[in-house]
Design a protein around this ligand. Structure first.
Ligand code: FAQ
Length: 311
């Protein structure tokens, strides 16, 4: 019986029919979707912190308004994604608890510090740029609510990437100090951005099943390569360079070769020992505690409203 259900499930996936919340699905499919979607949501929420750090120091009113809008969008992305994960039976409270206790992961990239204004540009260009490639693929993921959440996220994310690139463009045409700041930010964010795509395919424990179930439609290395090929062209427009002496066009592969990623650093950050892991979780815990009254007020309001409509 279970075998028949699994066969029918795989047949649906193979025919590109979306899986919806009430459909039968294997336990492992449910679990891995909860894992990935909740981690994605946590990344959006924790991802507000490095940029939030610069809202009060943005160099002009225009830049400040743009940055506020971007950070607010990330909060919205977190909300769509938490809602998508909830459709699989995971409560929002449990997801929050798992994040705060350090049990659930979030993207390694948000554990690096934002040292200068140019970092806002580099994050927009490289971090949002990497995120989009991944999320464009996820617009076609097999779980319906997750696919639809990503469609909306991608629309907003492309504005984020453009604003980042434009920020760097302005700096790259500025004073020698501004140019140096631009190059320095690119140098610091390049390698962590490449790590966002996850371990190499041979080390990626979830990839095989996620590809079979079309949760992921491209592998970590495929997306990373696509990102490198794209960035090599874009950095030329900025008149800047990427910090990798091994970057070279490979005629045979029709792709750029690139240097070895520091995987020791990657796993160290994933395990909680990156430059800002503690700072990020502490900030999130503090916000959660200080926001308790808002959650209580929202629940009280909802209860009052429900009581009024049932009278
Ligand atoms: N950081 O077997 P795989 C954004 C973990 S974009 C930390 O290959 P999978 C927008 C992985 O969870 C960033 N951990 O895993 C924004 C797994 O551990 P587990 C978020 C990582 O899932 C921009 C283990 O390593 N985007 O927020 C990372 O098949 C600017 C083995 O790896 C998403 O989350 C990492 N980089 O592939 C916001 C997209 N990489 O769970 C604000 C959705 C891997 O077994 C400002 N996620 N790990 O304990 C995905 O597409 C996938 O989950 C991957 C990883 C591709 C990230």
């Amino acid at each position: 019986q279970l075998v028949d259900l699994e066969k029918a499930f795989q047949a649906k996936i193979d025919q590109e029919i979306k899986i919806e919340p009430k459909d039968w699905m294997p336990d492992a499919y449910r679990k891995t979707n909860i894992r990935q979607i909740s981690q994605h949501a946590h990344s959006e929420v924790i991802g507000m912190l490095p940029e939030g750090n610069w809202i009060s120091r943005a160099p002009s009113l225009k830049r400040k308004a743009i940055l506020i809008a971007k950070v607010q969008d990330e909060a919205g992305h977190g909300l769509y994604l938490y809602s998508a994960a909830e459709t699989l039976g995971m409560s929002r409270e449990q997801m929050t608890e798992d994040l705060l206790s350090g049990k659930a992961k979030y993207s390694s990239i948000f554990n690096y510090p934002t040292l200068t204004w140019a970092d806002m540009g580099a994050i927009g260009w490289l971090v949002d740029g990497a995120a989009i490639l991944n999320q464009v693929m996820l617009c076609r993921t097999s779980y319906g609510p997750y696919a639809r959440a990503n469609v909306r996220i991608c629309k907003e994310e492309s504005f984020h990437q453009r604003q980042g690139f434009e920020t760097l463009m302005v700096l790259s045409q500025g004073t020698p100090e501004q140019k140096a700041m631009c190059q320095d930010a690119i140098n610091r964010w390049w390698w962590p951005a490449l790590m966002m795509f996850g371990p190499t395919d041979s080390e990626s424990t979830n990839s095989d099943t996620s590809i079979k179930w079309k949760i992921k439609r491209k592998t970590n290395d495929e997306l990373r390569q696509q990102f490198v090929d794209m960035a090599v062209q874009q950095v030329k427009v900025l008149g800047m360079t990427l910090p990798d002496p091994d970057l070279k066009w490979n005629e045979e592969r029709q792709h750029y070769d690139f240097g070895e990623i520091n995987w020791t650093e990657f796993w160290n950050v994933v395990k909680g020992n990156g430059p800002c892991n503690k700072q990020r979780l502490d900030a999130k815990k503090k916000a959660h505690e200080e926001g308790a009254w808002v959650r209580a007020a929202a629940v009280a309001h909802a209860q009052k409203k429900a009581a009024r409509t049932t009278q």
